[in-house]
Design a protein around this ligand. Structure first.
Ligand code: ATP
Ligand code: MG
Length: 450
């Protein structure tokens, strides 16, 4: 009798076994808890899509689409691909379900496997996992960029990841980027003979990617190339400056890296990456940025967007590397996250589910914004889900939006409150309002949560 064949997992694909799977659960649960306090809700997406969706959004000339996708012809001959990333699917779903008509910004997160046919090595797999989040809406206020980054850093800190570094750049917009890319291309053509084959090819296909080169011989040459920061248009320059100011206001450390470009076509303006110690060459645990034109590119209404994707495999490795991978940490008091006070109103038998938030912060006057940002961080740390507009809104509009979002309370911060160091808390169900100190405010809201 023939010996039974021994099967092994496909190259670059692996099993996640216990006890490590418990750490994965902690990483995912903490994301759910922290993201909920920032008003994000989960979207569950398909694992495969039409190939064209990725070609159109990620870009035909990117490595991801050009070389790394798992594509196959379905029985009806449509070309299908396993998703190499999920932003394209989020945007497809946003358009397909008319989500632009929802009140406020649409804030979504997802988690799950992605597929890229790369050379497997430590921290690089063919089936890997991402935890990502996206904000889609009408506003491109720098405070949105800063809040997304704040959420990321709060999340990593909550997990106990020490030594994570935020690298930041702006890659301009449709106005200024093409002009810069042309300058870059000209400069690259002057040194073409000193470059390797990959970079030579990219001069034509995707010159920005040359900046990403890790080839030692090319480093000195790249350092002398024109820098995007010197070629941003006035509005991009201003946007970038404000993002940085908003980050400082939130106490978030970052480093500007002018060579940080992303391997996907849809990014513009703010781009970022987070690196972690102990991972060798594959040290990027998160990448993201702004993609204001993408919804339109895929046939939707004009919409702004920003998001990120965390590489879960690398995040788990990084946590183990810094000694925060102990699964017992799950039951330690100091790292557990309080469950958020999300209000659920479900109508049994029907599919109507309204999900509310705990607090909507109505701030008035530019001077109130920093105060709002500070108190919001504390409320979120207490496990409350809090929404704070990125730009100033008239009082009536604020309260209207708070109601549409199903907020239980509106926290009002204006000139008077700033002067008195007090907060006005309004219960939206009956309009009851009182003036509270910070300590009383936290105590009241926590009591209301229970
Ligand atoms: P890299 O430069 O490391 O190839 P990338 O720019 O291709 O990363 P993104 O497409 O921005 O990565 O994806 C976001 C994150 O997903 C990365 O920062 C990384 O942590 C993770 N990631 C990407 N590709 C892989 C892979 N093949 N295996 C494991 N994790 C990955
Ligand atoms: Mg890659």
């Amino acid at each position: 009798m023939a010996e039974a064949k021994k099967f092994r997992a496909i190259k670059g694909v692996r099993d996640i076994l216990p006890p490590e799977s418990a750490l994965w659960n902690r990483v995912e649960q903490t994301a759910r808890d922290v993201f909920a306090t920032f008003g994000f809700q989960e979207i569950r997406l398909p694992i495969f899509e039409q190939t064209e969706l990725f070609a159109r959004s990620v870009g035909v000339n990117t490595d991801i689409v050009g070389k790394e996708m798992y594509s196959f012809a379905d029985r009806d001959d449509t070309s299908i691909s396993l998703r190499p990333e999920a932003t394209a699917s989020v945007v497809r779903a946003y358009i397909e379900h008319g989500m632009h008509s929802r009140p406020g910004d649409v804030k979504l997160y997802y988690m799950g496997p992605m597929f890229r046919r790369e050379r497997p090595q430590k921290g690089r797999y063919r089936q890997f996992y991402q935890i990502g989040a996206e904000v889609l809406g009408q506003s491109d206020q720098p405070a949105i960029d800063a809040e997304v980054l704040e959420m990321l850093m709060v999340y990593l800190e909550r997990l106990g990841l020490v030594g994570a570094k935020l690298h930041l750049n702006s890659i301009g917009c449709q106005e200024c980027r093409p002009k810069y890319v042309e300058k870059l291309r000209e400069a690259l053509l002057e040194v073409i003979n000193e470059l390797g084959a990959d970079s030579q090819r990219r001069i034509e296909t995707n010159p920005l990617r040359v900046l990403d080169s890790k080839t030692p011989d090319e480093q000195a040459i790249i350092e002398k190339l024109p820098r995007i920061g010197d070629h941003l248009c006035a509005s991009c320059r201003d946007h970038f400056a404000q993002v940085q100011q908003q980050l400082k206001q939130r106490g978030i450390a970052y480093e500007i890296n002018w060579r940080l470009v992303r391997g996907l076509d849809y990014y513009m303006r703010t781009t970022f990456e987070i690196t972690a110690p102990g991972l060798g060459a594959q040290n990027a645990i998160c990448g993201g940025g702004r993609y204001d034109g993408l919804v339109e590119l895929l046939g939707g209404p004009p919409t702004k967007g920003i998001g990120f994707a965390i590489g879960t495999d690398r995040l788990v490795l990084a946590l183990q590397e810094v000694g925060a991978g102990d699964v017992k940490a799950e039951v330690r008091k100091d790292v557990t996250v309080p469950v958020t006070g999300v209000v659920l109103k479900a109508e049994v038998g029907r599919v109507k589910v309204e999900v509310g938030i705990d607090v909507f912060v109505a701030w008035m006057g530019a001077a109130s914004q920093p105060a709002a940002v500070k108190i919001v961080r504390k409320l979120r740390e207490a496990g409350l889900s809090v929404e704070v507009p990125a730009e100033e809104m008239k009082f009536k509009k604020s309260i209207g939006l708070a109601a549409k979002l199903g907020a239980r309370f509106a926290l009002i911060i204006g000139e008077n409150e700033l002067k008195e160091g007090k907060y006005a808390l309004k219960r939206l169900a009956d309009g009851h309002q009182e003036s509270l100190s910070e300590a009383d405010l936290l105590a009241q809201l926590k009591a209301a949560q229970a």
